[in-house]
Design a protein around this ligand. Structure first.
Ligand code: AMP
Length: 275
């Protein structure tokens, strides 16, 4: 892969890169479409990254079907699919990790210790290998976006991070490889997450600026669904992820994580979207 990316740079082709863990769905494909529209060459990586899983069992359970993924990508004019072995990314004796501080303390970082260290490490390795001009990430994983923007700036990568809006099922449920672990009833009820976020966003549009009141709207709505259990909800600054008391003119997020049955789902909405 490294020699390919060197050749592409020599040819002055712009490279758009979409890192994934496979089990591709419409959410991933939206990133690929965006990459296709912005870059000469599109590279998609498929790598189930062991360092971002705290539980070995989650890693083992993660769906893998490279043939199906490659078939899906065939419709999207992808130039290269990079599906490295574990030893290619983490050669024997590997012992260098990337820790993005502060941004990774709360929310997903709190309930999944080590997760973002694994994400930041693999993204650094992949960026170094692919050297993309653009890299595409989903808004669905808002904390991941903040972490990757930070590391891109801090480590001086010449890569523009492009954030693609969350792709949803018809019910509004954010697409995720985890959705396949929901029963059909749970899947239906899981739309309460986006309904709760949309209720808060509507209140915001009507003038509610108090973050704790917006969070309470979400909490109350989630509480109406017996299959759902709230983990956290918070209104935060889009880049620093610092909690906000009163939302001003800056872009902000309402972040949520909730269990539906045993499956932990995350989602968010953007307030004051600028782009
Ligand atoms: P993953 O394979 O889960 O690591 O995801 C790879 C990329 O796809 C990440 O940048 C995710 O944020 C993005 N992604 C996953 N689900 C969605 C979705 N529903 N909408 C937009 N992007 C998504």
């Amino acid at each position: 892969m490294f020699s390919i990316s060197r050749k592409l740079r020599r040819e002055e082709k712009s490279v758009g890169f979409v890192p994934t863990m496979g089990a591709l769905h419409e959410g991933h494909l939206a990133l690929v479409k965006e990459a296709r529209s912005r870059s000469d060459i599109v590279i998609v990586s498929i790598f189930v990254n062991p360092t971002q899983f705290s539980e070995r069992s989650d890693l083992e359970k993660y769906p893998r079907d490279l043939t199906a993924d490659a078939a899906l990508l065939a419709d999207y004019e992808v130039d290269y699919v990079f599906a490295p072995d574990e030893s290619e990314i983490y050669p024997e004796g590997f012992s260098t990790y990337v820790d993005v501080e502060k941004l990774t303390d709360g929310f997903e970082g709190e309930s999944r210790p080590g997760h973002f260290r694994g994400v930041a490490t693999v993204v650094t390795i992949l960026f170094n290998t692919v050297r993309p001009d653009f890299a595409f990430f989903g808004q669905k994983d808002a904390q991941q976006v903040a972490v990757i923007k930070r590391l891109t700036a801090d480590l001086g990568f010449e890569t523009e991070v492009v954030v693609v809006p969350t792709v949803r099922e018809e019910s509004g449920l954010a697409m995720s490889s985890r959705n396949s672990r929901l029963s059909s009833e749970e899947r239906e009820k899981a739309s309460v997450i986006i309904e709760a976020l949309r209720e808060a966003k509507t209140a915001f549009k009507k003038g509610e600026r108090n973050a704790s009141d917006l969070a309470q709207i979400v909490e109350k709505r989630i509480a109406t669904e017996p299959l759902a259990k709230l983990d956290y909800v918070a209104a935060v600054d889009r880049d620093s992820l610092e909690p906000i008391e009163k939302i001003g003119d800056e872009e902000a997020l309402i972040l949520i994580a909730a269990y539906v049955g045993d499956v932990r789902l995350i989602d968010n909405v953007v307030l004051n979207r600028k782009q």
